[in-house]
Design a protein around this ligand. Structure first.
Ligand code: MCN
Length: 792
């Protein structure tokens, strides 16, 4: 393949052969000499006082190296912090001890840890740890948790209210509602965005090794952001940052669940220090369901004001966001900044007032899960558009077009105060409608049900905020970190290249796309370019992979570094060719003198000379590498239009997804194959929320969907072939013109499906159903009353 055509080329992911043939190294594959194994004893109660812990029997179990409780960790492991201190919110940050001290606050809270020679002994001995609990009343519902008399989870957090955060202008929104009450329409709807459990291919794992001689700590673990992990690890353990090395071997996916700094990694580090042995801990899947963060879990009351011709004039609402028992790393920012700032979607809605209550409950902590706050916002606004259309008997396409931000309005500042970089929403919608043949479908729908099955068509025209982001904005919103990214492009004497990125891909494919960027910039064959990441001892400081930021921010840093390399190489080439720098033309890895194409040097020749340094131009340093740090001036705002076609069986309530079209705009595309793959995976997650998935707790705080047998992770056969297409609207805020794509499918698809199902049920007067749209829920909505009558 011509090296200049690599940006935009459909190249298969270079990381896949090792990943799918069992030749990749995951954390659990690591077997350092002297390794011991940890097993964390977790509370079976959602809320209880710890009266006594007896570890003697466990300690005596054969093979046990050590048994520790919260008291052992006291003074040695600091409480686990949260990293998003959202301003103007009265945020409470109650302490989160790595192992519970006197109270457990969710089923899964760690109370003790056993270290043994092998994982089986560790598990067996953990069964011998006797914990005497005094069970306390638990609360799992975030609205109930704020009611008077609800169990109090943290002593210093009255009514379990972690924060209240508000956005918009209440006065203006109220005035818009008053006006709508007079001449327009006002709607209200409660939306429940159910709790989801992230299902990465691999669960979390940690291997920690503390060298008491040098004072160096090395931790290999499943993290999406090794440098943030090192930063927090130093805060939590007191080990100086420069003595800590964090390595992320193959992570096995994360979907956000491996962003947080968990108590578990601090516990394992404590064990390594205390026992003088390298210690490994690997979650099993049931433990993962309890101890790894969950996502979503919002209850929102939303009101909408609109004119009679379908122009939405105001939104007013209140969300109760379930945060679980403790504040996870990014938790406060997810239902506020990442959610609230995208409430009006791709529409010109001039008035907004929105309040978010972040609430503690006796459940697993909730944090960023693919999309993080934006799926919840998109779900509501896309349902709102359909509700307005249904109320006014308008086509949802018409209402969307009526409210779209127009292409000449960009950069467009929304009522939330966010400035969208670029967009052109109409053409994406046109394409999606074409892909499903929308007009024909509406005709078919008019002909009525076929074999008891109703046709439903659902749209979602979304915009999302990603490419996190400008550091100054991160700081202004209370995020305790920067969001720039780093890169080093290092050419070796033989002309091979190592690219180091501060981002930390763990399934997204940047080992391929970042190599494509460098291959294109430097005209070097892609096989000669290696992309390295995920080791704080090797890579420059960076902020990791999440928020679809890796390409937008990390890719931009790489292209800047590659261009610096090219500039220096041009200087050296000009010197070697005895020509002026301005007379050198660079094309496909060759520096040639303009007008004399035979006088040329390849980039590989120039690189060797740069290293030999026998004949460098005056003032030019030897070697050929460059580093760059990129802090974007704004986020990017990918957008698109999705269309879902479903059939709903009115007798069984079963939904069959017949067709799905996704038209996404992520700016310039580096690798269409990878982008399609990201969209496919995202769609499956988003559609699964609409139709299948949902974490369920009993009122006592027991997780009822505690295994994959109970939690409805979908299978491939449950989906049709997806039709994907794109429009291309470059972002002006990075040198590649790219926007992120890692979350678009998840953000867009959930409302498209719910809109389709509700569209199918419209003849029954159904205007809304909460997710997941299981056959039982649909059947009950259709026949519930009859069923009650029959039962009497
Ligand atoms: N890409 C491209 N052209 C663009 C944009 C992106 O070719 N215009 C490519 C990228 O270079 C990269 C992929 O598409 O190979 C996704 O890139 P990007 O949008 O930058 O997203 P991130 O790499 O930052 O990934 C994060 C995002 C998030 S937030 C979640 S959650 C998620 C996701 O990606 N988790 C994933 N996709 C995942 N995919 C896998 N397999 N596993 C996860 O855990």
């Amino acid at each position: 393949m011509a090296v200049t055509k690599l940006f935009g080329a459909k190249i298969k992911r270079r990381e896949d052969p090792r990943l799918i043939t069992g030749r990749a190294t995951y954390t659990d594959d690591l077997q350092p000499a002297g390794l011991a194994y940890a097993h964390i004893v977790r509370s079976p109660h959602a809320h209880a006082r710890i009266k006594r812990i007896d570890i003697e029997a466990a300690r005596r179990h054969p093979g046990v190296v050590g048994v520790f409780t919260g008291k052992d960790l006291q003074g040695k492991i600091n409480p686990i912090p949260t990293a998003w201190l959202i301003p103007n919110s009265d945020l409470k940050t109650p302490p989160h001890p790595a192992l519970a001290l006197d109270t457990v606050r969710y089923a899964g809270d760690g109370v003790a840890v056993v270290v043994a020679e092998d994982r089986y002994s560790a598990r067996d001995a953990a069964g011998l740890v006797r914990v005497e609990y005094e069970p306390l009343p638990a609360v799992v519902d975030q609205r109930k948790a704020t009611e008077r008399g609800a169990p109090q989870i943290h002593a210093d957090v009255p009514n379990n209210l972690a924060f209240t955060w508000a956005l918009g202008d209440a006065g203006k929104a109220d005035a818009a509602f008053k006006e709508a009450e007079r001449g327009g329409v006002v709607l209200s709807q409660r939306f429940v965005n159910q709790r989801l459990i992230p299902n990465a291919l691999e669960t979390r794992a940690v291997v920690a090794h503390y060298n008491s001689g040098s004072g160096d700590l090395t931790v290999s673990y499943t993290t999406q952001n090794p440098h943030i992990a090192r930063f927090v690890m130093s805060v939590v353990t007191g080990i100086p940052e420069h003595k800590i090395r964090i390595i992320a071997p193959e992570v096995g996916g994360g979907f956000g669940s491996k962003i947080p700094f968990y108590a578990d990694e601090a516990i394992v580090v404590f064990c390594a220090k205390a026992t003088g042995r390298p210690v490994k801990w690997t979650e099993d899947r049931s433990e993962n369901y309890l101890a790894t963060i969950h996502g979503r879990d919002h209850i929102t009351d939303l009101e909408v004001a609109a004119t009679r011709d379908g122009k939405i004039t105001a939104l007013r609402g209140k969300t109760w966001a379930n945060l679980g028992a403790y504040l996870s790393t990014a938790a406060p920012g997810v239902p506020t900044i990442l959610h609230g700032l995208m409430l009006t979607g791709c529409y010109t809605i001039p008035n907004l007032h929105y309040v978010v209550h972040g609430v503690f409950t006796n459940t697993t902590p909730v944090d960023a899960y693919r999309g993080a706050g934006r799926p919840e916002a998109t779900y509501m606004i896309e349902r709102v558009v359909d509700l307005v259309a249904q109320k006014l008997n308008l086509d949802p396409v018409v209402v969307r077009r009526k409210n779209f931000i127009q292409p000449d309005a960009f950069p467009y500042t929304t009522v939330e105060g966010v400035t969208y970089d670029s967009g052109n929403y109409g053409p994406a919608l046109d394409k999606a409608l074409e892909l499903v043949d929308y007009k024909r479908l509406r005709e078919e729908q008019k002909r009525g049900p076929r074999n008891g099955k109703r046709l439903g068509i659902g749209l979602s025209t979304y915009v999302e905020i990603c490419g996190l982001g400008p550091s100054a904005v991160a700081g202004a919103t209370g995020f305790q970190g920067g969001l720039w990214e780093s890169a080093i492009v290092r050419l070796h004497p033989t002309g091979k290249v190592t690219v180091l990125t501060g981002a930390s891909p763990h399934g997204q494919g940047e080992e391929t796309t970042f190599a494509q960027i460098v291959a294109e910039e430097l005209g070097i064959p892609i096989e000669d370019i290696e992309v390295a990441h995920g080791d704080t001892a090797m890579i420059p400081m960076g902020w990791g992979t999440y928020g679809s930021r890796t390409t937008v921010v990390g890719g931009a840093a790489i292209v800047l570094a590659a261009r610096k390399v090219r500039e220096k190489a041009t200087k050296i080439a000009a010197h070697l060719l005895e020509a002026a720098e301005k007379d050198i033309a660079f094309d496909q890895g060759r520096f040639a003198v303009r007008g004399s194409p035979d006088r040329a040097k390849t980039i590989q020749e120039v690189t060797l000379q740069a290293y030999l340094a026998w004949n460098l131009p005056p003032g030019v340093e030897p070697a050929l590498e460059a580093s760059a740090f990129f802090d974007p001036s704004n986020f990017t705002f990918p957008f698109g239009a999705h269309a879902a076609v479903v059939e709903v069986d009115t007798e069984t309530g079963q939904v069959e997804l017949k067709r799905y079209a996704a038209v996404d705009d992520c700016g310039r595309v580096i690798n269409p194959l990878i982008v399609d793959g990201q969209v496919h995976g995202g769609l499956v997650q988003g559609i699964a929320q609409a139709l299948y998935e949902g974490a369920a707790y009993g009122p006592d705080g027991q997780l009822l969907t505690g295994t994959m047998a109970d939690y409805a992770v979908p299978k491939a056969h449950m989906f049709p072939a997806f039709a994907t297409d794109r429009t291309v609207t470059p972002s002006p805020h990075n040198p590649l013109g790219v926007k992120g794509v890692g979350e678009t499918g998840t953000i867009a698809s959930t409302p498209a499906i719910v809109n389709a199902v509700v569209d199918a049920l419209r003849p029954d007067g159904i205007t809304h159903l909460d997710m997941p749209l299981t056959p039982e829920r649909i059947w009950t909505a259709l026949h519930g009353k009859n069923r009650e009558v029959k039962a009497q």
